[in-house]
Design a protein around this ligand. Structure first.
Ligand SMILES: Nc1nc2c(c(=O)[nH]1)N[C@H]1C(S)=C(S)[C@@H](COP(=O)(O)O)O[C@H]1N2
Ligand SMILES: [Mo]
Length: 263
């Protein structure tokens, strides 16, 4: 395993040297560096997936994130990002206390399904007290209750060619001149089937609040906060992330964040 880390370091050194050689040789070469045929560009583009593969080798697939006791919950879950979506379809559901809400699961599954909130609440639940770490530098301990995502995946029967779970959300994010896009996220099937990955409808012994993603949000306890999609509209199984957004696997990833945000 340590041999692999050294190889990775050597690999990144080589990538760095190649990149700086290109930079030193001036503007023309810089254009070449950005061109899709450039081997340097391919090396840099693969660094993210290399990080993913190295982390996947180092982390035990079933290792649990730390859980806390209920007494360690000191405050409500601090709301962040979208906290009050104004999209018309969301407002219509909210007005009726989400009575008409149905979460859909589709894409590469044998059996596309949808679930009402009551149906989800009647499935075997898991409760966990965990720490949420936001990339902006704050953490918050909260108690989450929901359905293991693995249960939903088993009911829908994931096809063998599926590699990712994509979460589609109700809230739109304003991108200024380029308009608004809906929040979305994605994870691999290892995280999707992890025992602590739940579709949460409860937080700190109450129904999930709108500020924290009502009626349903995902908890992925070994990842940073932005991976945990709130306001889930539907889930899609996919073999590639290319068709969604700008193809990087999530709203923040499309703006430059790492896709694999393991902690
Ligand atoms: N749909 C959606 N999900 C989202 C976000 C968002 O803006 N929209 N923000 C993310 C970020 S950056 C964080 S830290 C957490 C915040 O969850 P909380 O409001 O329950 O603390 O949700 C994540 N999931
Ligand atoms: Mo965050």
């Amino acid at each position: 395993m340590s041999g692999f880390i050294i190889n990775r370091r050597r690999f990144l050194t080589v990538a760095g040297a190649a990149a700086s050689a290109v930079t030193l040789s001036g503007c023309g070469a810089f254009d070449g560096f950005l061109s899709s045929q450039s081997p340097v560009r391919d090396v840099l583009a693969s660094a993210n997936s290399l990080t993913y593969r190295v982390q996947r080798m180092l982390i035990d697939a079933d290792a649990l994130a730390p859980e806390f006791s209920a007494s360690e919950v000191r405050q409500g879950q601090r709301p962040n990002g979208s906290t009050d979506p104004t999209d018309a379809d969301y407002l219509a559901l909210k007005e009726k206390q989400f009575a008409d809400y149905r979460m859909t699961i589709g894409g590469l599954v044998e059996k596309p399904l949808s679930f009402s909130l009551d149906e989800l609440r009647n499935m075997p639940a898991r409760t966990q007290v965990t720490r949420h770490d936001c990339v902006e530098g704050w953490s918050c301990i909260a108690k989450w209750t929901g359905v293991p995502l693995a249960t939903i995946l088993d009911e829908a029967r994931v096809k063998p060619e599926a590699r990712f779970v994509v979460f589609h959300c109700y809230d739109s994010m304003d991108l200024g001149l380029s308009g608004a896009v809906r929040y979305y996220e994605s994870i691999d099937l290892i995280d999707a089937r992890h025992p602590q990955t739940i579709l949460a409808y409860g937080c700190n012994d109450e129904a999930l609040r709108v500020a924290n993603g009502a009626p349903l949000r995902v908890r992925i306890e070994r990842q940073l906060g932005y991976k945990m999609a709130k306001y889930i509209k539907g889930i899609e199984l996919a073999s590639t992330l290319a068709p969604y957004g700008s193809g990087k696997g999530g709203f923040w990833e499309d703006l430059g964040y790492e896709w694999y945000a393991g902690i």
